[in-house]
Design a protein around this ligand. Structure first.
Ligand code: BGC
Length: 340
């Protein structure tokens, strides 16, 4: 399979799935949302598993939600009140979650048909035109996302963008991973996670960071020694209680910033990025959505490791800022490397 139909996108256009390959690995990526739909990775016994959650059609992605594998932008994560200033301009984004903005609102890049600019054996490059005022954001923007499977078993994601006005660029991929295979959601919390982060960002009831970087030392947020995700997740710890599990931004200063392993098969993924933050979300809102291959994704049946600027950094000048000047190039890379 090199290319096949993926049904109809909400705008009535036909969506497709494209395959890219490297050695025993392959990925299925759709122009609908520039979405990673499947990612096949072997283990040491040669058993190949599809390690990302996904749906069978664009309609399911829109109806069932969760941004599985999607490219999220122009700004990933939350903005308090959906509001911020850029120069002398006030930007108002749609308030689509508790009066705040999540993942840039309902008219998501995740639900649009991207243009395929180049498709080779091991890579695919998409582009999207995002007009001035799109999601409330200033500037006509041209955005590119490239997926490449490459030596030594790595999925490279490269983001490039430029706008004709000062704007925000903070794109991410929203894949939910399960190194045991997406069809074993019951094993997702047994995955062993290492995060190099010494600090995480505590947040409020609405998942807006309070503004401090808090040490993980002596808390259930400490993953510097690898541990099963489920081990401390239900501890009586305020920020875990508030979010119903892990759904927090961790600093991503080290390389790798995360390693996720299925203890049974040994299949393992490490995450490298040039982004300052890593949103670790333990699938607390999953509730039996019927996905690919008839699999039901139970509560906490997959985990997202989203590389990005800190949430609400547009309103926190002391954090690294996602603002880009008119004509200034945004470039960001994240690599998911697999071992088996
Ligand atoms: C957020 C979660 C949210 C999920 C799906 C994640 O990036 O941190 O709170 O439920 O996206 O929208």
């Amino acid at each position: 399979m090199k290319k096949k139909s993926f049904g109809t996108a909400p705008n009535g256009q036909k969506a497709c799935i494209y395959e890219i390959r490297w050695g025993e690995m392959s990925a299925w990526i759709s122009d609908f949302g520039a979405t990673l739909v499947r990612l096949y990775v072997p283990d040491s016994q040669g058993n190949v598993a599809d390690v990302v959650l996904g749906y069978d059609s664009p309609r399911d992605y829109v109806k069932k939600g969760g941004y599985f594998g999607a490219t999220v932008g122009r700004n990933a994560n939350r903005v308090a009140g959906g509001k911020f200033t850029i120069g002398d301009k006030t930007v108002q984004m749609p308030a689509n979650e508790n009066g705040n903005n999540l993942h840039s609102g309902p008219d998501s890049y995740a639900y649009r048909l991207w243009t395929v600019e180049k498709h080779t054996e091991n890579s695919i490059r998409f582009s999207l035109e995002s007009p001035d005022g799109d999601q409330g954001m200033p500037g006509n923007a041209k955005i590119h996302v490239t997926y490449t499977l490459d030596h030594p078993g790595a999925l490279h994601l490269t983001y490039d963008a430029i706008s004709d006005q000062d704007t925000v660029f903070n794109l991410t991929n929203h894949a939910y991973f399960n190194m045991a295979g997406h069809d074993h959601p019951e094993k997702a919390m047994d995955q062993v996670l290492m995060l190099t982060a010494r600090h995480y960002l505590p947040d409020d009831e609405q998942s807006i960071p309070l503004g401090e970087n808090k040490s993980v030392e002596g808390t259930p947020m400490d993953f510097r020694q690898p541990k099963p995700i489920g081990r401390d997740i239900d501890q009586d710890y305020r920020c875990l209680k508030l979010q119903g599990g892990y759904d927090h931004c961790f600093e991503a200063f080290a390389d790798p910033c995360a390693i996720l392993t299925d203890p049974q098969s040994g299949r393992s993924m490490s995450v490298s990025t040039d982004c300052p933050g890593l949103q670790f979300y333990s699938g607390n809102f999953l509730s039996g959505e019927k996905g690919k291959d008839g699999v039901s994704y139970c509560y906490r049946g997959g985990v997202a490791l989203e590389t990005q600027f800190y949430p609400n950094s547009v309103n926190n000048p002391k954090w690294v800022q996602p603002f880009f000047k008119a004509g200034q190039r945004y470039h960001s890379e994240t690599v998911y490397s697999f071992k088996w």
